[in-house]
Design a protein around this ligand. Structure first.
Ligand code: GDP
Ligand code: IMO
Ligand code: MG
Length: 424
């Protein structure tokens, strides 16, 4: 399993793509098109939102599990773009139990954010939160409902009866017309999606029983998790490793390796606390060199030094077996390099994550300084070629995290990585 250990955009897509080479299935288990996973292969760039990052290999079956929320128009567009680029999406399988995102979800996401004013969460405005809210409230429509037009219309009618007055009377927005929405989903989307809709839980277990290799691709990350993240500045799903059990339909005993993708520094898009955030020229340098702008939303990402208080907590909650450290090359020109190893909260030194949100807001980072390497790592292909300071930086992270780093990214390309240590 591949999971993010920070606030997203750690480079999960790149390492999922890399590891997918040896897989039979790659499975997304939560989130939706709020994700943006970038793969760079032979200088060709693929930006994926819903389709799992294993799609580039013809031998891989990409699976969208029951825990994902799907805007069918976005999925169809994405498949169309991939097909145009010569990538075959024929094997993609989509869970019939996954929930659908509708235009009213997106409209509600936008108006709810506007309503919050300066307290806004900074969502991707894709309707993710409202779609998961409907799932929990048991008024959501699922992918399988597309296959039964009568039930689909009935359920949609019930939901619109509630959503339309809310949009019109509370938020002063136009209502949605049942026939228009049903027409779009049943007549335009259904024929395109039907060949892909499947019992993905059965598919997954048949594969596991036949000895196939399965990789789970987390979207978002630990600190955007609805339960374990910096609530309320989180997404509405469970990106943590445990989320894969629910969101794909497997028991925890099937999971034998959990790779925590960790950027060599940290970024965050949207609002919320960020103890090691840099608002100075070093922060600007990370944004510029790391090209820290949203894959799809194009928003500038906030950047800061690596925070090992967060990392240690992510190791625990996700049962991380090892780390894939990405974007080490982005630190090439920085000297010294700082790492947040503890927080000062109300005059007290804390090395573990405060559980109380207000303390995270007040936490002042305590840094250790390490020398930079001031060398270009983008061409390094083997651990032995790393400058000593870069090797020391990685060992320091391993020591702080308590788990080994096995893979290290030194550039966006599929080939720009080194294997650092053996898989535990
Ligand atoms: P994800 O959401 O976790 O898959 O990450 P994103 O794709 O949103 O953002 C990561 C960005 O960093 C993408 O543009 C990647 O191409 C790029 N990237 C990934 N690994 C590396 C690396 O090791 N070095 C550099 N310079 N860029 C990387
Ligand atoms: P990947 O998979 C970074 C953030 C949004 C916002 C919060 C809630 O590419 O790492 P939402 O639209 O989910 O309700 O927004 O979560 N967010 C992400 N930040 N990477 C992502 O995905 C994100 N998906 C959501 O910016 O702060
Ligand atoms: Mg991303």
């Amino acid at each position: 399993m591949v999971v993010g250990t920070q606030w997203g955009d750690e480079g999960k897509g790149k390492f999922t793509d890399l590891l997918a080479r040896d897989m039979d299935m790659v499975v997304r288990y939560q989130g939706g098109h709020n994700a943006g996973h970038t793969l760079v292969v032979d200088e060709e760039v693929f930006k994926l939102q819903l389709v799992p990052s294993g799609v580039l290999y013809p031998h891989v079956t990409p699976v969208i599990g029951n825990g994902v929320v799907i805007d069918p128009t976005v999925l169809i567009d994405e498949m169309g773009r991939l097909t145009e680029a010569g990538v075959d999406c024929g094997k993609l399988r989509v869970s019939g139990n996954a929930h659908l995102i509708f235009p009213y979800h997106q409209a509600l996401d936008v108006v709810a954010e506007r309503h919050l004013g300066r307290n806004k969460l900074g969502t991707t405005k894709r309707g993710i939160g409202p779609a998961y809210a409907d799932k929990a409230a048991r008024v959501g429509l699922r992918v399988q409902d597309l296959l039964d037009p009568k039930i689909f219309r009935e359920k949609l009618g019930v939901v619109l009866h509630e959503k339309n007055p809310m949009l019109a009377k509370v938020y002063n927005r136009l209502p949605f017309d049942l026939d228009t929405v049903a027409g779009q989903y049943l007549e335009e989307c259904r024929p395109r999606l039907e060949p892909h809709i499947a019992d993905t839980v059965g598919l997954l277990h048949d594969g596991l029983e036949a000895g196939q290799n399965v990789l789970f691709e987390g979207a978002q990350a630990m600190y955007l998790d609805l339960d374990h993240g910096t609530y309320p500045f989180v997404t509405s799903s469970n990106p943590v490793a445990g989320g894969a059990c629910v969101g794909a339909g497997i028991g925890p005993r099937h999971i034998d390796r959990v790779i925590g993708v960790t950027k060599a520094y940290i970024s965050r898009v949207g609002s919320g606390p960020f103890p090691s955030e840099l608002t100075d020229e070093v922060g600007d340098h990370l944004v510029d060199v790391g090209r820290e702008y949203g894959t799809n939303t194009k928003r500038r990402r906030r950047c800061g030094w690596l925070d090992t208080v967060m990392l240690r907590h992510a190791v625990r909650v996700n049962s991380l077996s090892d780390l894939a450290i990405t974007k080490l090359d982005v630190l090439d020109a920085l000297d010294p390099i700082r790492v947040c190893v503890a927080y000062e909260v109300d005059g007290e030194r804390r090395t573990s994550m405060p559980y109380h949100q207000s303390e995270i807001h007040r936490a002042v980072p305590i840094y250790e300084e390490l020398p930079g390497w001031c060398a270009d790592l983008s061409g390094v292909g083997d651990r032995s070629e790393l400058p000593r300071q870069a090797e020391d930086y990685l060992c320091f992270i391993e020591e702080q995290a308590g788990v080994p780093a096995t893979l290290v990214g030194v550039g966006p390309g599929r080939d720009q990585f080194i294997t650092f240590g053996p898989v535990p």
